[in-house]
Ligand binder design. Structure first.
Ligand code: UD1
Ligand code: UDP
Length: 381
């Protein structure tokens, strides 16, 4: 039996981890043992606990409860706690997802004491190093021994940084194994769609009907923290909500909620409060999110995960950023980059509403990425 220690902490990686934990329990229960460490980066019930329950993720063996904080202090506390856990549990490898501070902390803690790092969702790049996630993902990739990239663009990016795809082992940090494996988020969307349809009452709860609403999310630090950008995004939302017959549903990330009153102009806030077509709600569970994504008419988002889920459920997407790691969505016309620019967001919404010739190539695999990852880890170990 081989032992891996999985580090999770933020909402999207808790969700991603469900796919691999499921593959371990269904296909490799006698070969792989998973120890789960939750850094505590996200801690509200609706940013963490809800996913464990709904997606049957095993309860974490360790919770560092680091909570929120500045990058340095938050990451440092995580590194300290992860190192202690690595010394206690002595896993054969450490598994991390994506590009958050929890990912970075796991990669640094493990690589420094020579525990091999497995990075799921490697190779993604925005080519914008002012984005905290870009620093996290580059550093993590270069500390990793096994790298799993979801897309062809990920392969291109890894090759450009000197990685060889499908190289021969034995794998080490200096001779890493890099593989294209598809996207674990796609595994989850396929797996949970039917359950969401059966169990979620979110449409009724929010008073919206299929195709009669747009789903929006906003949480990127350069959108929430820069008042001009936050105001431009919400003014565009107001324009769309007031001028179309669609409602906008916005499950609000706690970061955005905390900054709304400080950074939103009182006049914009007042218009939002009075707008009948604008539905602000707390973060929703994954099943509710799948329901909203699969029944909306369009998605407006700055989230990495939500951009892709829009595509999985065949919905067009306006990207509220100046670039994306998921370039295939833009190249294929499924998404438009509109940045935090009021005019561009409205134009992108109209352009995507008027378009009908959408196609959905299988950019993200076949829904078996998690199984591929477990298989490769086992062969390597
Ligand atoms: C983090 C990740 C980001 C990811 C996002 C997913 C980093 C640097 N950023 O951003 O890549 O896209 O998670 O959602 O790791 N807060 C709460 N309750 C919580 C969690 C957070 O109130 O349960 C509030 C706190 O005020 C906190 C703020 O949200 O300061 C930001 O949280 P943090 O985890 O630092 O970054 P995110 O913006 O969530
Ligand atoms: N998500 C959710 N509830 C919400 C908003 C998002 O379950 O209210 C899910 C979403 O379906 C996706 C993941 O959270 O699987 C994306 O996380 P987030 O947008 O926080 O981060 P990012 O992907 O940008 O790192």
């Amino acid at each position: 039996m081989k032992k891996i220690l999985t580090v999770i902490g933020a909402r999207p990686q808790i969700i991603k981890s469900a796919a691999v934990s499921r593959a371990i329990s269904q296909k490799f229960p006698n070969q792989l043992k998973e120890i789960i460490l939750h850094t505590g980066q996200h801690y509200d019930e609706n940013m963490s606990q809800v996913f464990f329950e709904e997606m049957s993720i095993p309860k974490p063996d360790v919770n560092l409860q680091v909570g929120s904080g500045a990058h340095g202090s938050q990451t440092a506390k995580m590194i300290e706690g992860i190192e202690i856990a690595l010394n206690e549990y002595k896993p054969d490898a450490l598994l991390v997802y994506g590009d958050t501070n929890s990912t970075l902390a796991g990669a640094i803690a493990a690589s420094k004491i020579h525990v091999p790092v497995v990075h799921v969702e490697s190779g993604l790049r925005s080519f914008n190093k002012k984005m905290p996630e870009e620093i996290n993902r580059i550093t993590c990739d270069h500390c990793s021994t096994l790298l799993f990239t979801p897309t062809d663009q990920g392969v291109v990016n890894l090759k450009a940084e000197g990685f060889t795809i499908d190289a021969d082992g034995p794998y080490t940090m200096d001779n890493p194994g890099a593989f294209r494996c598809g996207d674990v988020m796609y595994d989850n969307s396929l797996y949970f769609e039917a359950t969401a349809n059966e169990r979620s009452s979110v449409l009724k709860d929010l008073g919206v009907e299929e195709n009669e609403f747009i789903l929006a999310t906003v949480h990127r630090n350069n959108n929430t923290d820069i008042p001009e950008r936050l105001n431009a995004i919400f003014k565009a939302f107001l324009d769309i909500a007031n001028s179309s017959d669609k409602k906008i549903v916005l499950p609000l990330h706690p970061r955005t909620k905390n900054l709304l009153s400080a950074n939103l102009d009182p006049a914009v806030k007042d218009s939002l409060d009075r707008c009948q077509n604008f539905i602000l709600t707390t973060p929703v569970s994954f099943l509710d999110m799948v329901m909203l994504e699969s029944k909306c008419s369009m998605v407006l988002t700055d989230s990495g995960g939500v951009q892709k889920e829009a595509f999985f459920f065949k919905k067009p997407c306006v990207i509220l950023r100046s670039e994306t790691e998921w370039v295939e969505l833009v190249e294929n016309g499924n998404a438009i980059i509109a940045d935090a620019d009021e005019k561009k967001i409205i134009e992108a919404y109209r352009a995507l509403s008027g378009k009908s010739d959408y196609t959905y190539p299988s950019y993200y695999g076949k829904g078996d990425a998690a199984e591929f990852i477990c298989d490769k880890i086992l062969t390597w170990l």
